[in-house]
Structure formats: C-alpha cells, structure tokens
Design a protein around this ligand. Sequence first.
Ligand SMILES: Nc1ncnc2c1ncn2[C@@H]1O[C@H](COP(=O)(O)OP(=O)(O)OP(=O)(O)O)[C@@H](O)[C@H]1O
Ligand SMILES: [Mg+2]
Length: 241
Amino acid sequence: MLEVSDVRKEFGGLVAVDDVSFEIDDGEIVGLIGPNGAGKTTLFNTITRVLTPEEGSSIRFNGQDLLEVKTHEVAQLGLVRTFQIVRVFNEMTVLENAIAGATFGTTESIDRETARDRAMESLEFLGLAEHAEMDAGALPLAQKKQLEMARVLAADPNLIMLDEIASGLTPNEVAELSESIERIRDERGISVFWIEHIMDAIMGTVDRLLVLQSGELIADGTPEEIRDDDAVVEAYLGSAV
Ligand SMILES: Nc1ncnc2c1ncn2[C@@H]1O[C@H](COP(=O)(O)OP(=O)(O)OP(=O)(O)O)[C@@H](O)[C@H]1O
Ligand SMILES: [Mg+2]
C-alpha cells in the first residue's frame, strides 16, 4: 500500500531523515518509535507532502507516485493524518469538525447530506455521537483525540497516520484510544501508521514496529523482535521494557 524508498530530508546541514526505506501493507498497524528529534514527524511530513524530500527519494501509495501530487491531493487519494499538536477546530461543533474531515477527503464534490451522514457515522463509531452539537473546544482532551480520529475516519481513508495521538492521556484513556485504533483496522480494514512514545499503548496494538534514530531506520520487526533488539534497547528502550 505504502512504499517508501530511500527517503531523505535535510534541513541545512542536518540530515533529519537518512535514506529510509520500508513498506506498509493493506490492513497493517505499524508503529514508529524513536527518541525525540529522531525524524519521525519529518518522515510523516515528507510522506504527506507537507515537506518535499531530497532528489532520489521515492514514495508510492497504492501505486501512485506521491511526489507527483500536491499536499491537498494526498488526503483525496486515501492517506489522511493527524498532527502532533491537537488540531480540533474549537469554535466549531463536534459534528462540524467531522464534516470538515468528510469534505476534505474526497475528490468528488459530495453534497451536504452525504458529508453529514459520513461525519455522523464516524462520530457514532468512536462514541462521540451524543456530543455532536457541542463546541469541540469544550471536550476533554481524550475526546478531542477521539474527535481527531473521527475526522480522519470521515475522510474515508485507506491509511491513517497518527502523530503521538496518545500523548497527555491517562493510562485508561490510552487503552481506550488503542482499542479505537484496533477497531478502525479490524472493522473498517483501514491501515494505520502510528508514531508514539508511550510503549504500552503501541507494543500491544501494532503488528510491526519501525525504529528511527538520528534519521536512520535502525529496526523493522514485530514488537517481540524489537524488544529483543540490542541496538534498539541501547538507543531508545533502555530499561523501559
Ligand atoms: N522545519 C525544520 N527546520 C529545521 N530543522 C527541523 C525542522 N523540522 C524538524 N527539524 C529538525 O529535524 C530533526 C527531526 O525532528 P522531528 O520533529 O522530525 O523529530 P521527532 O522524531 O518527531 O521528535 P519528537 O519525538 O520530539 O516529536 C530535529 O533535529 C529537528 O530539530
Ligand atoms: Mg514528532
């Protein structure tokens, strides 16, 4: 589904993403971990075309060359993301936020009613329907995060990319969010690519983990393989697991 080959991104003299290659298959949940400043968000930004990678990089999504498409077209192809900082539109209602997702995620011009139906359905799926008419700004953080997921879901994606969506949540809230992510894959068949620092959240949910350190991909394996990988433990996990 997603094929990333030799992706490189430099900022002046700094190599933020250093010739990274990997694939994500249909229906997979793949985690991306690594220390602060490892290049995780930069990698997301190059894949979603917020940033343009260096010459020689290749990113294909469902056979389409993403380097040939514009930023706003990426979502229309079925690849939709969240940002590291919560980006809910506080002055809009919960439903209006979800409608925004439904509207941006499509090339066809959908009518209001279809957008509203898709939005409402996503809110129901994530347990937010009863708050539909509330201002999104009034939601507690955990529900804002669920709303961010409802918004990407309303865009009818094939692959969603989540940048530290669990940060700032209590362990119980993290568990609920992980469950939502699993349901999105299991019941909707949507693939997930997920950056997270909270190991408990990600280890129990993902099929596979990628580890980035100083821009380099140092490991790609199942959670069990990653836990036993000496280089990863030394670089990042330490005594965390
Ligand atoms: N727009 C930019 N201009 C210059 N340097 C940047 C820019 N964005 C990121 N960097 C640098 O690139 C490196 C990778 O940053 P990035 O934000 O991708 O890391 P990260 O793995 O997402 O970290 P965190 O876990 O803290 O979110 C860092 O050294 C950062 O300072
Ligand atoms: Mg980041």
